[in-house]
Design a protein around this ligand. Structure first.
Ligand SMILES: *Cc1c(COP(=O)(O)O)cnc(C)c1O
Length: 837
């Protein structure tokens, strides 16, 4: 009990300090490492002088100096934004996400702050160009793929739309692993992105928050007869905020991405420990700091990893405590306006433990009763679903929660009990319904269904593309849709046109600006005006030459990384995204083999020379995905080493696909591969980046492809394959052999695969891939779509043969991409979910 008392006292004083800290934030600034009044030029020169005298021409130091100078330049605006938001005059939105795939900061910051020209000038006196310095920045790769990159695009749009939105995430010491390819196999290496320090972040130790773990709960009844709960004997971990600036586009707003770092409480409190406990104290310190050590690469089945649950709770608790402290600093303990002034958007179920945590904080720390706390929670939390794959839905063992977060489990049980009364009321006497919809999945090892918890507590549940939302309502979450139809809504994803056009494709951006002015950067629908120039011969030539120059640049990257020579006169046919069976990189590879066979057989009729590029990481535990990478590399080797083949076909696997790579890839792509099995890709966002940059899409009716097709029209899109309904119809009686028999091309491809042609020295390594294609339970239906894909690719080749027409289609794709600006998406979140101004 003595331990408990000490902890209780400590917590109280912690809260006091934090409140003061929040108040003092309103008058002073913690970000004081540079004088913000200097012009970029002066600060930059002073800092450069400092480093140059130490080590001439060290690009890394030059980059560090420039980044620090740019940060110094934005501190003033950053502080002003915070002062304004701390007055709480408008709704505050917290975007909670375990992933933020930010990429590099420098180039985007210069663009948003309108400092690009000034920086070029400042660098004039040094023998280094801006491009080189930008390349020195390591990607902030704090995400796996689409979900994390969406969070980053959203932050950019929120700031550019002048919304008071804070991103809350984790400052992983190691981000997404670095992918090497050795002998065709993926090798993972740790991503030590912080090794040279991070010039953009600001550590705010005085805003540290304490997060409890383990321990147990007790209850007591107060003098008024109310029962209260206390969570005691906890092992606490400090959450130290590290803030990253998120500049709006030329609008003076600098929002914040607050990343939490886990640190041990009482560093080495030797007084507490006798000799025996000392090592345990050190071990505990390590355990605490492990929480934010590494990003989980989303494996095929990642359920049940205890450290992952700790990360989720750590993020949720620290962020919610932070939000409540800021609210209380202005409004005191009057929570009547909380949900009017706050919304929390959950990026997938990863932060959904926030639901019981907010209940706990409101009740146990701020003294509200259950009904008050539930009213607030259920009117301020909103949930975005990102996947239709049932195996990807998060579930946590009750046993694990009971041990790690006992108070949280109590609250989850109570939420479930009360909610199941609503279910029983809606479906009287239907016990199967109760079991099917319960937040607790019963069984030998009971689990908490995190998606259900999120739906029950949220006032808004959204899917990320029209088709995806439809499928959520009719399938995965149909029961919930029947109970609460008003909660469900669609918000089709988008990507930021700042990074994904203005910054990454300056040649095209300039061409567009010369014709339309530059206001498309914040209003992408203006690009429709490009349709007026599709018969302008000079414009077509300029458009072509922009694409050609971008292809020259990408070819250099491919030569350096893959030792494959891409010819910019050939078609660039690209599929970059995480490697997953549902995304069907395998279908693409089979098509490459088919082209290879045709060329070797002398059948090049109607063929257009093409360079095929595949890139993407496989989760380290996903064996099939890793086999697919190996197959791509082996096929590439055969293709590229045959001089009969290379005039028509070249094939490369680009290692370590990340945001910075995509910034070079999408401006240089002619054909974008979006070929997932219909009904499996929730939205996709890579598809949008390519479209914006004038690539044509070959794709299925899946995710946001459906809406892209709607915008651009089927004359400018290569559609093929089964639709989502047909896929689900076919499932029960799928017979791949029937498709293989009907397709001589596929049969021929499989024969060559089986012959070991691509793995002469490693017999048998592709057996599992062959078996998957021939398996009647192949969910991805590779065989069923092969022929349709092959024919669509023939149509692509025919279209590419007419360069003028192809260029017109390319322009129409860019012109029709306005709807897929994340500004558009965020405006809809603002108006329909957040009700923010
Ligand atoms: C856009 C992007 C993604 C998402 O690509 P999809 O094709 O939508 O899966 C993944 N990784 C990176 C680095 C990206 O930039």
């Amino acid at each position: 009990m003595t331990v408990t008392k000490r902890k209780t006292r400590e917590k109280k004083s912690d809260t006091k300090v934090s409140k003061q800290a929040v108040k003092s934030e309103a008058v002073s600034n913690d970000h004081q490492d540079c004088d913000p009044c200097d012009s970029l030029d002066a600060t930059f020169k002073r800092q450069l002088q400092g480093v140059l005298s130490r080590d001439e021409n060290a690009t890394n130091d030059m980059y560090g100096a420039l980044a620090s100078a740019v940060k110094a330049n934005l501190l003033q605006q950053w502080r002003e934004t915070r002062l304004k938001d701390n007055q709480y005059q408008q709704k505050q939105v917290a975007y909670l996400s375990l992933e933020f795939l930010m990429g590099r900061t420098l180039g985007n910051a210069l663009l948003s702050l309108d400092l690009t020209t000034e920086t070029h000038e400042a660098l004039n006196s040094y023998a280094v160009d801006l491009e080189t310095l930008q390349e020195a920045e390591l990607d902030a790769g704090l995400g796996n793929g689409g979900l994390g990159r969406l969070a980053a695009c959203f932050l950019d749009s929120c700031a550019s739309l002048d919304l008071a939105v804070v991103g809350y995430g984790i400052r992983y010491e190691y981000g997404m692993f670095k992918q090497k390819v050795v002998d065709g196999y993926q090798i993972e290496q740790p991503d030590r992105w912080l090794r040279e320090g991070n010039p953009w972040e600001v550590r705010l130790a005085n805003h540290t928050i304490t997060v409890p773990f383990f321990g147990h709960t007790e209850s007591y009844v107060d003098l008024q007869g109310h029962r209260h709960y206390v969570w005691i004997d906890t092992q606490d971990v400090n959450a130290v905020p590290h803030d990253m600036p998120v500049p709006g586009y030329k609008n003076g707003r600098i929002n914040t991405l607050r990343l939490w770092k886990a640190e041990a409480t009482d560093d080495f409190d030797l007084a507490e420990f006798n000799d025996g406990d000392y090592t345990e104290a050190v071990a505990r310190k390590n355990m605490a700091e492990q929480i934010t050590m590494v990003l989980y690469p989303n494996d095929a089945s990642e359920n049940g990893k205890e450290l992952r649950l700790r990360q989720q709770y750590f993020l949720s608790s620290a962020s919610l405590q932070d939000i409540l402290l800021r609210y209380v600093a202005v409004h005191g303990s009057d929570f009547s306006r909380f949900s009017e002034l706050n919304a929390m958007q959950l990026n997938d179920t990863h932060p959904s433990i926030s639901v019981p945590e907010l209940m706990r904080l409101l009740m146990d720390s701020y003294g509200l009763d259950w009904d008050q706390a539930w009213e607030i929670t259920s009117s301020s939390v909103a949930y975005t679903n990102h996947t239709l794959l049932p195996e990807a839905l998060e579930r946590w063992p009750v046993r694990m929660l009971k041990h790690m977060l006992p108070r949280i489990l109590d609250i989850i049980y109570e939420i479930n009990a009360r909610y199941l009364e609503d279910v029983a009321h809606h479906w009287p006497g239907d016990n199967d319904k109760l079991a099917a919809m319960s937040v607790i999945e019963e069984g030998h090892e009971p689990h908490v269904r995190m998606a259900y918890l999120a739906i029950v507590a949220s006032f808004s549940v959204n899917g990320v593309a029209g088709l995806h939302t439809q499928l959520l309502k009719s399938g995965l979450f149909n029961d919930f849709y029947q109970l609460w139809p008003h909660k469900f809504n669609n918000k089709t994803n988008g990507v930021t046109p700042r990074r994904w056009l203005a910054h990454c494709n300056p040649r095209l951006a300039q061409l567009i600006t010369r014709r339309l002015g530059d206001s498309w950067v914040t209003d992408l629908t203006q690009l429709t005006a490009l349709n007026a120039f599709t018969d302008d011969k000079a414009f077509l030539k300029q458009w072509q030459s922009v694409k050609f120059d971008n292809k020259v640049d990408l070819a250099k990257l491919v030569a350096a990384e893959c030792e494959v020579e891409f010819d910019p006169k050939m078609m660039f046919d690209v599929q970059v995204k995480r490697i997953h069976e549902y995304k069907r990189q395998l279908l693409n590879i089979l098509h490459v083999i088919h082209l290879y066979q045709r060329i070797v057989a002398g059948d090049t009729q109607g063929m257009q020379p093409r360079c095929v590029l595949i890139g993407g990481k496989a989760a380290p535990g996903y064996a099939m995905a890793k086999q697919i990478i190996k197959l791509a590399n082996n096929v590439a080797h055969m293709v590229n080493s045959d001089p009969v083949v290379t005039p028509y076909l070249r094939f490369a696997f680009l290692p370590n696909y990340n945001v910075s790579a995509m910034e070079k890839i999408c401006p240089a792509t002619d054909l974008s591969e979006q070929i997932s099995t219909a009904g499996k890709e929730a939205s996709g966002t890579g598809n949008m980046k390519f479209m914006m940059n004038g690539a044509l899409t070959i794709g299925t009716l899946d995710g946001a492809n459906v809406e892209m097709l709607e915008e651009v029209g089927d004359d400018n899109f290569f559609l093929f394959g089964l639709n989502a309904d047909e896929v689900s119809q076919l499932k029960s009686h799928y017979n791949p052999h029937q498709y293989i028999q009907q397709s001589p091309a596929l049969k021929h491809v499989l024969e060559m695969l089986k012959s070991g042609h691509f793995n002469l020295v490693e017999p048998g390594i592709f057996d599992s891939i062959i078996a998957a294609i021939e398996d009647p339970y192949d969910q991805w239906m590779i065989a069923a779509d092969f022929d349709a894909y092959r024919v669509a690719q023939e149509n692509v080749a025919a279209a590419y043969a007419n360069q003028e027409h192809w260029t017109q289609m390319s322009i129409r794709n860019t012109a029709s991409s306005g709807r897929f600006s994340s500004d558009n998406t965020i405006s809809a979140y603002r108006d329909d979910i957040w009700f923010a101004k």
